[in-house]
Structures are given as C-alpha cells and as structure tokens.
Write a protein that binds this ligand. Structure first.
Ligand code: UDP
Length: 327
C-alpha cells in the first residue's frame, strides 16, 4: 500500500515508517520538523516538510502523490502537562490540523485512516485492565483533543465512508537500533532514567510514592514502540473489513515507577539515584490496558511484553546515541 505518514520524523512515526517499508509498503512522510528529526525519516521514504496548518500544502501533497491508500496520523502535540498550561495548542491546533488533513484526504479520495490516540481518554477508570467499554473521561486538553478527533472520524465514516482505527496507546517506549526517543525537553520516565545512567542528570525524581499501589508509585503499561508499529500495520491492512474500530493498546501488564528504575539499574549496571518528589498533577494511580479486542480481531501480539527487554532496547539506543539525533 501507499501510506502517508504524518509525524513520520517523530519517535513512533519514524519507527512505524521503517516497519511499513520493511513490510513492503511505500511511505510518504509529512512532518514540520518542529519536534521530529530529519535523520529519523527512513531514507527509502519520500519526505515532505510541511505543516498541517497549511491547507494549500496539504492539497498539493495529495496532488503530487496520487493514489495514496491510507493515512497514519502521528503528528500532534502530545504532552499532558503542557496541555494543562497551553490548552489551545491542543484544543485548537491538534483538532484543526486533523480537520485540515481529513478534508484534504477526503477531497483526494483517501478512505483509510489510523489515528494515534491515547490512554489519557481514561482518567477515572472503573475497571483495570481498561477495555474499550470503559467510560471516556479525558484527563487533559490533550486527551480531549484526541477524543474530538475520534468523534470527527466517526462523522467522516458516516458521511464519506471513511474506514478508520483509533489506537489508544498506553506508555510507548523502547527503541530500535537505528531509531529512538529523542524529545527536547524529555519528560518520559524511561529516557529520563537512562539519562541518569549516562550521567546526563544527577537523579530521577519519583513523582509521588503515596499512591494506593504495591509500592506507592504509579503503575503504567509500557508497550514497545515496535509492538505499536505492528498494530498500526495490521489495522491498516485490515481496515477494509473492519470499518470503524477503537483499540486500547498496551501489553496488559503494569509496572510501578520503582520497578522501572530497578530494572534499569539491572540493565545498565548504574546505581541510578532516585529521590521522591510530589505527585505530578493529572497522574492517575494505575493505567493498564486490556488489548483483548485487537488480539482477537487482528491477531496482534506484543513481541516485547517484558520490561527488561524493553529497557534493554532503549538503553542500546541511548548508549549509542547519547545526544540523540544530533540535529
Ligand atoms: N514519572 C516519574 N518521574 C519522571 C517522569 C515520570 O516518576 O521524571 C512517572 C509519572 O508520574 C508516571 C510514570 O512515571 O507515573 C510514566 O510517566 P511518563 O511521563 O513516562 O508517561 P505518562 O504516563 O505521563 O504517559
């Protein structure tokens, strides 16, 4: 298939692009390079530097690359904390950019779409693990922006026959030998812990140890980025029979912040000092996915369910790329 990947210079988008190419698909990456890295884009992919605010540029892209079979939409502002400080980046820009992309796609006759959605739709889960029947309560303007785009897709399906899947990621992590997580500033637990191991930070701060969990720190479902990539590809290839789908994507096991730090100590051989700080606003105690639906419908299976191999893959990339992509 010929797939347009927005955000294909970013962490999950670039690794999924590389996996698409490995599976024999053709990829056109669209990225504004604000947060992405040109060096992360697979050399076999076509690359267009463009911003999704630019509707003319979008029209031109679909004209320049006729016959696009589907879109994977990764490009987005993605930080819960930032969205509480700058809500309009999310409630306006994330939403408007998706609308611009969908409008151009529909005009060009594209009818397959995979959305990067989020576990932040489930701020007050009533049941753990969290399945697709859980009540949607976005935890932030970030989560709300993804929920609005999920609803937008529903109407695109009703009105234009769009086939789509919303993949609600839990905690994406892990790297491949060639591509990895390189955010500036970095806010995610695993890369921060590995920066401590590299001597780039003196310690990691644990955001609260008084949660009702087995060791008092938050429990999260860490899913390897290659397992996310395979879910995207399976979903895209199956959209014609699926129609409209929403899948929660995690590996179904939760690990505490302390367990992540302990595993990183084992993998890196570094003591990784940790200090306990206050809770981070907006963090629920436990977020663990049930991915039974995507397993049953698409035969998806995580290849990296254990924390040690996830952290080992991330350590390999961070150790060999201590300054990230260097751009
Ligand atoms: N966390 C932490 N210290 C840090 C960064 C994160 O204790 O420096 C915790 C955070 O409170 C959460 C978990 O690690 O419970 C995962 O956070 P991350 O930001 O990686 O992902 P999120 O769960 O926000 O998507």
């Amino acid at each position: 298939m010929k797939i347009l990947v927005t955000g294909g210079a970013g962490y999950i988008g670039s690794i999924t692009s590389a996996e698409l190419i490995r599976a024999g698909h053709e990829v056109i990456v669209v990225d504004n390079l604000y947060q992405g890295h040109r060096a992360a884009v697979p050399p076999e992919a076509a690359f267009v530097e463009a911003d999704l605010t630019d509707r003319n540029a979008l029209r031109e892209i679909f004209a320049a690359y006729p016959g696009i079979d589907g879109i994977m939409h990764f490009a987005s502002y993605t930080l819960v904390g930032e969205s509480m400080e700058k809500p309009f980046l999310y409630l306006r820009d994330n939403v408007a950019n998706a609308a611009n992309l969908l409008e151009a796609a529909i005009a060009a006759g594209v009818r397959r779409f995979i959305l990067s959605s989020t576990a932040n739709l489930f701020d007050q889960p009533e049941r753990i693990p969290i399945d697709e029947h859980e009540r949607i309560v976005p935890g932030s303007p970030y989560g709300e922006s993804k929920f609005i785009i999920e609803r937008m897709l529903h109407w695109m399906a009703r009105i234009y026959g769009m086939r789509y899947a919303c993949l609600r990621y839990f905690n994406a992590c892990g790297d491949t030998p060639d591509r990895g997580e390189d955010h500036d500033p970095e806010t995610h637990l695993i890369p921060i812990v590995l920066q401590v191991a590299l001597g780039q930070r003196p310690h990691v701060t644990i955001f609260g140890d008084d949660y009702p969990t087995r060791d008092g720190t938050c429990v999260r479902d860490y899913i390897h980025v290659l397992d996310l990539a395979s879910a995207h590809i399976l979903a895209m290839e199956a959209l014609d029979r699926l129609g409209e789908r929403r899948y929660n994507l995690g590996n179904g096991q939760g690990f505490t912040v302390r367990e992540v730090i302990e595993t990183a100590r084992k993998v890196t051989g570094h003591p990784i000092p940790a200090v306990v700080g206050p809770r981070r606003p907006g963090d629920p105690a436990v977020l663990v996915a049930s991915s039974e639906t995507i397993r049953a419908e698409l035969g998806w299976q995580p290849r990296y369910p254990d924390l040690e191999s996830i952290i080992a893959s991330a350590w390999e990339w961070h150790r060999t790329h201590p300054n990230g992509y260097d751009d």
